[in-house]
Design a protein around this ligand. Structure first.
Ligand code: 6R9
Length: 650
């Protein structure tokens, strides 16, 4: 392996051979050395029972497991027979160890308001919230939907559910009424926890108003628990609606965490797949807890004095595993920021880091690229010396953005970990360990303990070094999804049925001779827009639900900041005209603003095979402004491609 001095050049930025060793000062006191990684990784594959028992034993179990893994492909049960509680491990355990006064959450609003909760304070509110849920009739196994801004109550509500064994389903606050209603209905939730409004760019966004509208279509819903965040006027149904602050005040402060089976469901989180309907990815208690605990501690080299800031909203899996559960399980201090990265300007992140002395920052390439666009001068105004480690997640990070992050934000002092994982995997799967492994900008790196990746062809042939193929995982791991809620058949087919005997991730990748895996991108009809997963079919069905649209095809187009942007090819319904602004607003209403097409191409025909299948491959080329490549002879009317390429987007 060659080691390139990062000072050397810009020229090397485009070469894949660049390797950056862990900074010496970091390496010298890192939690995990290279030798230790090698030894433990080996052990995790050769003696998984011994390895996982050791890790799980660092947490509290109310009764011990009798078997580490029961694997009946594709169904895994981890820590079989064990009983534990996520909230107990995230809170009570630390308070019992004397850490009650330690800061658990340092929250900051867009306007600079801050609120700090200690471990003891957070535990108190979680116990009260647990009692409120019980009083509303929520029982272990019942589903509770959360539709909240990024405020401490989001974490409190998640932990309160976990404490009583209710299954939370967090719906991102930016999602629309119908996206919310669909998710409540799929989960058959009894209770919705929301807020009067959230703030974004100084504007109050009416969450309760959306929730009220959704509730008209969700018969399972019995109660709405409403956090007062903005203090704005809301409609109120006294039979159904309960103010969070009033209920908590009246609730008892004592609550003993329920001992739950290791395989008791912890949460459902909806994510896009290659068909129209989002999948309710289901995680369970014991395995997810062990996975997020282990990865947060070791990938981020976590220490008692760290201030950990994962910028993800709790509406995404990164917000579940690394804004809430993983760091709390490790007793860390978390920063939580409810607001946009450019409020009041593009220096906001750096100002927060300076103010709260953040030592670990975990964010997405799309944010890094946006900061990079605004230059080195803005971060240069702030004191970033508290930082000691940087992380990236959500999409491939281009080497140029990686280098900028390392150089400008980390001052060539902080290792950068590029962590690959998914909603389905629950926790980080591929990464480098910051003190143990050199980084190769653009490449996620090596498998975490217990993860056995491979590159394969569609028919299951394993590929050698540097051959591009499909990323698969060859054995179960503790934090893996257990099923798709209400649709086990879809779970079987999507993940363990594509290539028999292995977990199919849906990503294309290659692996070099050192074992470093570089992710190329999705191989299915899933887009990654600003690090968020969106199904092309979901957007297409939103488009065709508008009266002016007869048919639609959606593809991604490479975008310098978002990674991918949404391009929609739209066939107009006879007798209608397409109003692009109205169509974009319609998609926002149907799904959420993040699905809004950046470009709409209005056309009279789509490229179809004789059997009627839309050839998206060609549409991707047209969207990217590229020349058409490939065999067009199977198209019913090859002339359609030229006409589409000549149509300016609106
Ligand atoms: C954690 C999360 C998962 C998809 C995944 C892949 C992409 C995530 C990545 C990455 C390259 C990384 N992805 N991390 N691609 N390098 N470090 O983002 O979960 O929202 O389910 O998305 O995101 O394509 O398949 P999720």
């Amino acid at each position: 392996m060659t080691h390139t001095n990062p000072h050397d050049h810009i020229d090397a930025m485009l070469h894949e051979t660049r390797v950056i060793a862990p900074p010496e000062a970091f390496r010298a006191r890192a939690r995990v050395t290279r030798e230790e990684y090698d030894r433990r990784y080996r052990q995790s594959l050769d003696e998984p029972d011994v390895f996982w028992s050791e890790v799980a034993s660092e947490l509290h179990w109310m009764s011990p497991w009798s078997q580490v893994l029961d694997w009946q492909e594709p169904h895994a049960r981890w820590f079989v027979g064990g009983q534990t509680n996520m909230a107990y491990n995230a809170l009570d355990r630390h308070v019992a160890a004397g850490l009650g006064d330690k800061r658990a959450i340092v929250w900051e609003a867009e306007d600079g308001e801050t609120r700090t909760l200690t471990y003891a304070g957070l535990l108190r509110e979680v116990k009260q919230a647990a009692n409120v849920l019980l009083k509303l009739g929520v029982q272990a196994g019942d589903r509770v939907t959360l539709y909240l801004p990024l405020i401490p109550e989001a974490a409190i509500a998640m932990l309160a559910c976990a404490r009583i064994g209710a299954v939370h389903s967090v719906v991102f606050g930016g999602f629309s009424v119908s996206a919310l209603a669909d998710r409540i209905n799929d989960a058959q939730s009894k209770v919705l926890i929301t807020a009067d409004a959230g703030y974004r760019r100084g504007q109050a966004v009416g969450l309760k108003k959306n929730a009220d509208e959704a509730a008209r279509q969700t018969p399972s819903l019995e109660h709405m628990l409403v956090v007062r965040r903005a203090g704005c006027e809301v409609e109120w149904q006294p039979q159904r609606d309960v103010w969070w602050h009033e209920a908590l005040e009246q609730a008892g402060g004592e609550h003993a965490a329920a001992p739950l089976d290791s395989e008791h469901p912890l949460f459902i989180l909806y994510t896009s797949g290659s068909t129209g309907k989002p999948k309710g990815v289901q995680h369970t208690t014991g395995g997810y807890m062990v996975g997020t605990y282990l990865t947060t501690g070791e990938v981020f080299d976590l220490r008692d004095e760290d201030v950990f800031w994962c910028t993800a909203d709790v509406g995404w899996v990164t917000g579940h595993s690394y804004s809430v559960y993983g760091p709390l399980l490790n007793g860390a201090t978390i920063v939580m920021y409810e607001g946009a990265p450019n409020q009041p300007d593009w220096g906001r992140f750096w100002q927060i880091i300076e103010k709260h002395r953040v030592s670990i920052l975990y964010t997405a390439p799309t944010a890094i690229r946006a900061f990079m666009q605004h230059g080195d001068e803005i971060p240069g105004r702030y004191d970033l010396s508290s930082l000691r480690l940087l992380g990236s997640v959500g999409e491939p990070i281009n080497p140029e953005a990686w280098m900028w992050y390392w150089r400008v934000i980390g001052g060539e002092r902080c290792p950068v970990v590029d962590t690959w994982w998914q909603t389905e995997t629950g926790a980080i799967m591929l990464t480098t360990l910051p003190g143990a492994h050199p980084s190769k900008p653009g490449s996620a790196g090596l498998p975490m303990y217990g993860v056995e990746p491979a590159l394969m062809t569609r028919d299951g042939q394993e590929l050698g070094p540097d051959e591009g193929g499909l990323l698969v995982i060859k054995r179960p791991w503790p934090s893996m999804l257990r099923t798709i809620y209400g649709d086990d058949e879809r779970y079987r087919k999507s993940y363990w049925g594509e290539i028999p005997g292995v977990y199919f991730a849906g990503d294309g990748a290659r692996r070099d001779v050192d074992g470093y895996v570089t992710i190329v991108g999705r191989v299915d009809d899933v887009l990654n827009v600003s690090g968020h997963r969106l199904g092309t079919m979901e957007i297409e069905s939103a488009l065709v639900s508008h009266p002016s649209v007869a048919e639609a095809a959606v593809v991604g187009k490479p975008d310098p900041v978002k990674g991918e942007s949404v391009v929609a090819f739209v066939l107009v319904q006879d007798g209608f005209e397409v109003d692009p602004a109205e169509l974009r607003a319609h998609v926002s209403r149907e799904i959420g603003a993040l699905a809004r097409p950046d470009a709409i191409i209005i056309s009279s025909a789509l490229p179809k095979t004789r059997s009627g299948k839309i050839m998206r491959r060609f549409l991707r080329q047209i969207a990217a402004g590229k020349a058409i490549e490939g065999d067009t002879s199977t198209l019913e009317d090859p002339g359609v491609l030229e006409r589409l390429a000549a149509t300016p987007p609106v």
